[in-house]
Design a protein around this ligand. Structure first.
Ligand code: PGA
Length: 255
């Protein structure tokens, strides 16, 4: 973390877990545990149907609530989709875009990720943009190229001003939900590579100001080492975000 030039963000990605009642109970359990821990932003990205209950439970706390995806059109014949305006109207301010599970199982591409990023930013949402290489790509030695491709395409048309509302989550696909975490050095190196791409696209000051998280089996045990790295500005946490005590340990490590 480099808290002098950028904000640390600890975000939970609940994926398809918890009902609305469970979400409300969880936020009520978590909020007192993380109260006053303001050296990082604390976000829980919950399933769409949990948003109202989670938002209500988070009122008056330092826990912010995010969604896990957003469609790129404003409205129309897109059965099952959710627009940025719908999220904003609820009071949501963060949205995850381009998670590898969306890319793997739901046909999302760099191009649709870019369209979603633009729609979300234009509407006024903060974006957690996920990128990351497959295990094979790491073995092939093309991690940097993949990260460059994903970053550049996702940010096409994003202005320097809008970039201030973008958090990048570096999530090596081989580390997600596998218990196989990147080493502290691998995470730092990859986040540094992404920062260099941001520098090439937007300049040094923007690169220094951009929050770049690590995600992929981050947990209560390994978070301190990862967060101690200068290029790792927080975490996007799946499994370990579902238990309030574990998530709190990660928030504590970011203080
Ligand atoms: P994990 O998930 O922490 O369970 O590996 C991270 C993510 O997918 O964002």
């Amino acid at each position: 973390m480099n808290t002098a030039t950028r904000r640390t963000v600890i975000a939970g990605n609940w994926k398809m877990n918890k009902t609305p009642s469970e979400a409300a109970a969880f936020v009520k359990e978590l909020a007192p545990m993380v109260a006053g821990k303001d050296n990082c932003d604390i976000v829980a990205c919950v399933p769409f149907v949990c948003l109202p209950a989670a938002l209500e439970a988070a009122k008056g706390t330092n826990v912010q609530i995010g969604a896990q995806n957003v469609h790129f059109e404003k409205s129309g014949a897109f059965t099952g989709e959710i627009s940025a305006d719908m999220l904003l109207d609820l009071g949501v301010n963060y949205v995850i875009i381009g998670h590898s599970e969306r890319r793997q199982y739901f046909g999302e591409t760099n191009e649709t990720v870019n369209k979603r990023v633009l729609a979300a930013l234009n509407a006024g949402l903060k974006v957690i943009l996920c990128i990351g290489e497959l295990e094979l790509e790491r073995e092939q030695g093309i991690t940097a190229e993949i990260l460059g491709l994903q970053t550049k395409i996702a940010l096409l048309g994003v202005t320097a001003e809008q970039l201030k509302n973008v958090i990048i989550a570096y999530e090596p696909v081989w580390a997600i939900g596998t218990g196989k975490t990147a080493t502290d050095e691998q995470a730092d190196e990859a986040c540094g590579i992404v920062r260099d791409y941001i520098k090439a696209l937007y300049g040094a000051e923007a690169a220094e100001a951009t929050t770049i998280q690590y995600g992929g089996s981050m947990n209560a045990k390994n978070c301190a080492g990862l967060l101690a790295k200068v290029n790792v500005d927080g975490g996007l946490i799946g499994g370990a975000s579902l238990k309030a005590p574990d998530f709190t340990v990660i928030v504590d490590a970011a203080q």
